[in-house]
Design a protein around this ligand. Sequence first.
Ligand code: E4P
Length: 218
Amino acid sequence: MKIFLDSANIDEIKRTKEWGLLDGVTTNPTLLAKEGNDPVKQLEQICNIVEGPVSAEVIGLEWENMVKEAKELRKIAENIVIKIPVTLDGLKAIKILEEEGIPTNATLCFSPLQALLVAKAGGSYVSPFVGRLDDIADDGMHIVEEIVQIYDNYAFDTEVIVASIRHPMHVLISAQIGADICTIPFNTIAQLVKHPLTDVGLKRFLEDWKKLEAKAKR
Ligand code: E4P
C-alpha cells in the first residue's frame, strides 16, 4: 500500500520524505489556505520535493472551468494530479482530462456508486472520505471495502486513495482491505510507528547497557 501525505506543509512533507514514507501528497483548498502562501508557489515548492503524484484541486463547478483550471495547474509540474469533485460536471471533466493524458483524482467521494462512475469515466484515482462519513455515524471503511470489491469485480484501473483519515485504525483496515493508497495527515503517520512496548523495551536495553558499562569501568 502506498502512503501519501495529506498536507500542504513543506516541513511535514520534507520530514515524511526523510523517513522514506512519502509516495505522494494530496492537497485541497483548506490545506493550502492553512499555509497562507500563494497557492501556485506553494504547489511549486511541494512538487520540487515530492517525486510521486501531488494532487491539486480545481475550484470551478462547471466542467469547462474545471478543464481550464486543470490545464493551468498542470503547468506547475508534471507530477500534478487534478482533484475534481464527484459531480456530473466533474465526471465529464475527468473523462476529457484523462483522454488528454492528464491524471485526475476524484474527490469528495462518499459512496461506492460514485466510485463506480469515476472508474467508468476513466479516473486515475478516487478518494473516499472515510473520516467525514464516520463523523455522521456512517461507516467509512465499509464503503472502501465495497469500492475495492467493485473495482476487483470489473478489473478497473482506478486506484483507491483512502482519504479523510483520522487515526491509525483507518490505515490498518485500509491495508487489510487492500486499498491502493492511504493519504494520511502528518500526526497520524507519526502515530503509526508508536508502540508502548517498543518504548519500554528500548528503555530497558539502554539501562542494562549502562549497567554493563559501569561494571566494565570498575
Ligand atoms: C483528501 O484528499 C483530503 O484532502 C482530505 O483527506 C480531507 O480530510 P478531512 O476530512 O480531514 O478534511
